[in-house]
Design a protein around this ligand. Structure first.
Ligand SMILES: Cc1cc2nc3c(=O)[nH]c(=O)nc-3n(C[C@H](O)[C@H](O)[C@H](O)COP(=O)(O)O)c2cc1C
Length: 166
């Protein structure tokens, strides 16, 4: 079993490195794995872009994905996980996890930056309805205003548990 990941600004990579450490499995960025591991069973971790799991379709052509993990900026919820599973058309029985990562506009470039400058305004509008104390403590608010990450081993634990109990 191997770990394959795609990361744009580093949050998913951090989760992939934590998972490598916890499970003692080799981890490769998609496109950088040696040919010897083609066709191997893989845990796939990708960042979420417009609800989709970046890299999943190409990874699924090359490896036998046994678990898919999406990393986005929205808080974790059952609904997020369900939406992700639907979006990637997860085959019956494939474990799918959604993890909250981080966001920092300073790390974005080009198209992604342009798209997000519009999306940011929409999210900020929603957050502005929260009472100030609650808003300033909100992780997504911190992500949008100053750049922030909630990547942690605790958040990754359900994936580790899945691996250990599979
Ligand atoms: C163009 C773009 C679209 C995004 N769309 C979503 C989204 O639909 N849902 C979400 O929760 N996060 C979304 N995000 C936030 C990223 O998924 C989040 O920052 C993630 O942690 C990035 O992982 P990375 O650091 O490994 O690249 C988007 C970010 C960008 C740049």
């Amino acid at each position: 079993m191997i770990i394959i990941y795609t990361s744009n600004t580093g949050n998913t990579k951090e989760y992939a490195m934590m998972l490598r450490e916890a499970l003692d499995l080799p981890a490769y960025r998609l496109g950088e794995a040696p040919a010897q591991v083609d066709g191997a069973e893989a845990v796939y971790l990708g960042w979420i872009m417009a609800g989709g799991l970046v890299g999943y379709a190409s990874a699924a052509k090359k490896y036998r994905i046994v678990c898919a993990v999406g990393v986005g900026m929205s808080p974790e919820s059952e609904e997020q996980t369900k939406k992700l599973a639907e979006k990637i058309k997860a085959p019956e029985g494939l474990p799918v996890f959604y993890l909250q990562g981080g966001y920092d506009k300073k790390k974005l470039k080009g198209f992604n930056k342009a798209v997000m400058s519009v999306v940011e305004k929409t999210i900020m509008k929603r957050l502005e309805n929260l009472p100030e104390a609650e808003r300033t403590e909100n992780p997504v608010y911190k992500m949008l205003t100053e750049g922030y990450s909630v990547v942690s081993k605790e958040r990754l634990q359900p994936v580790i548990d899945w691996y250990e109990n599979r």
